[in-house]
Design a protein. Structure first.
Lengths: 66, 260
């Protein structure tokens, strides 16, 4: 199925749990923040959230800034 | 030399260093880490940005700037509306490191001056959501008062445009803001060299925040050390009570006993 990750279309496994998707991307859940369909996801929910077709994900982290 | 009880207090937290620094524009994470250490800063700003999915070097800024050692202050740089700033602040908080936010709502790309209308709106929303809000604003004393009344934990008037290195453009307004304020005032943006930081502190500012002034210097590590001294010197000079400015001279050496 297809989702939009950080503004770009991406093919992902059907019903993949978010936590597994983050692992696939080589991302540590503790160092990112996730917004799913404009809702900010509480970190405690990463385990139980499953991605669906057409989901829009924003995955951010801290970078250098003033 | 320093007074050990001259703490800055923001939202109940005691902070010893009156220099706050950003983490942008450095050549590398190692340089960022070294400069911050040499600056003596405890409060360090970071930006919130999309993870680069294709370029996945495993290194993360927070591998170099320890959130246990520093107070991480996420900013809402690049936000041009209250909605964007609030959304960014919420995301930053969910990253799990801090509920402090350096709130920026920018009005214009060229000057990066704040959109004070959006800033005030976002401040009210975020204060209600339990954030510790440090808004980046201009040197308008009326605006500073409104932000304070809206619950901002500090007010951060700019010295000059971000990255401009022009120093403290309007010390008179900053002085008025300082006289009226009931919260700490942090001069943020525009510091170009050590004397600019000292000037801000001599006016009575509670702290100074800078990024480009250090990161953009030819030798950032050396400049970080200079700024560390400058903020301390300016603060001590302020507390020491300077001499008044006079039009005419008053001799320093005695008038009697001159040979004739």
């Amino acid at each position: 199925m297809e989702i939009i990750l950080n503004g770009e279309k991406r093919e992902v496994k059907e019903n993949i749990p978010l936590i597994d998707f983050l692992k696939e991307l080589d991302l540590k859940p503790e160092s990112v923040a996730v917004e799913l369909n404009l809702n900010i996801l509480n970190k405690k929910k990463y385990n139980e959230t499953v991605l669906k077709d057409g989901d829009r994900l924003e995955v951010v982290h801290f970078v250098g800034g003033g | 030399m320093e007074e050990s009880n001259d703490y800055l207090e923001i939202a109940g937290r005691k902070i010893k260093s009156r220099l706050m620094v950003g983490t942008g524009k450095y050549a590398s994470f190692e340089e960022t880490k070294e400069a911050i250490e040499q600056s003596g800063a405890e409060v360090v700003t970071v930006a919130v940005r999309r993870v680069n999915i294709t370029d996945r070097s495993k290194e993360n800024l927070l591998d170099y700037i320890d959130p246990k050692k520093y107070l991480i202050l996420p900013n809402t740089a690049g936000c041009y509306s209250a909605d964007e700033a609030v959304r960014t602040a919420m995301l930053a908080r969910e990253a799990g490191v801090s509920d402090w936010v350096k709130l920026e709502v920018i009005g214009d790309e060229k000057t990066l001056f704040p959109d004070n209308v959006g800033l005030l709106e976002a401040t009210k929303i975020l204060v209600k959501e339990g954030f510790i809000v440090l808004p980046y604003t201009n040197d308008d004393p009326i605006m500073a008062k409104k932000l304070e009344e809206a619950g901002a934990a500090t007010v951060m008037p700019l010295g000059a445009p971000i990255g401009s290195g022009l120093g403290i453009r309007n010390p008179y307004n900053i002085k008025i803001i300082l006289q009226q304020a009931k919260v700490p005032i942090v001069v943020d943006a525009g510091v170009g060299t050590a004397s600019d930081a000292a000037v801000a502190m001599e006016l009575g500012a509670d702290a100074v925040l800078m990024n480009t002034g250090i990161a953009g210097a030819k030798d950032p590590i050396k400049m970080a050390i200079a700024m560390n001294y400058a903020v301390k010197a300016g603060r001590l000079a302020y507390k020491a009570g300077r001499i008044p400015k006079k039009l005419y001279a008053t001799a320093s050496s005695p008038l009697e006993g001159v040979i004739e």
